[in-house]
Design a protein around this ligand. Sequence first.
Ligand SMILES: [Zn+2]
Length: 230
Amino acid sequence: MAEYLSICSRCGCENPIFQSVCKKCGSITRDRVPNIDFWKIVGRIIESPKDAFIEIIQAEQKNYASFVLTASLFKIFLLVSLIVGVFGGNSFSLLSFGYFLLICVLVIIITGYIIKKVLVREKKKEKVFRIKDFYAVFSYSLVPQLMGLIILFALEFIVFGEQMFTFNPSPFLIKKNFAYLFLALELGIIVWNIFMTKMVFSIFFIKKLPPYIFSIIILSFIYFLVIIFM
Ligand SMILES: [Zn+2]
């Protein structure tokens, strides 16, 4: 839990990083971060993700976290629907997305509780872990999906038009090179997402637990949920 705690330079006491004032000696440990500046933080997530996530934890208001979560999950839902829909004949439904979104939020909160339980056991009485911090940084770790929604999906629609949704005929038959290029970029977004979410877990976790495994498990579970709620 090293990253989630900071040591007070005056008294040497360990404080959770969301605190800007030392709980023991009362000295100011850092500047207050009242709000999250959306574009600034997105830029920092691309540049130096760990610093960006720490800044999100330090922010008193977790601005846009739910927006990033919803838009990113929409991207995942749309992509899986498109791919699986080709074989299953299912079509996109906004109501299904609503249920999917609700269950994902529950999954994130439950994951937060599981981490809290692990940390409480490690740190005994110090219940410093806040689920709202986890919810906010996890949401922001999905920023690669948001980028995919804004940039990649727009480009795919320009190139393939309605064929992208109907697969009649498949984009892989019409514009083969473009289809493989987009497939590679979509996979890149998934890998980038796994890496970002891994960083979130590494901020909260004790070194013993492998953050990559947790990142892959929770993201796979979200992709799997789409198939259930489609
Ligand atoms: Zn202190």
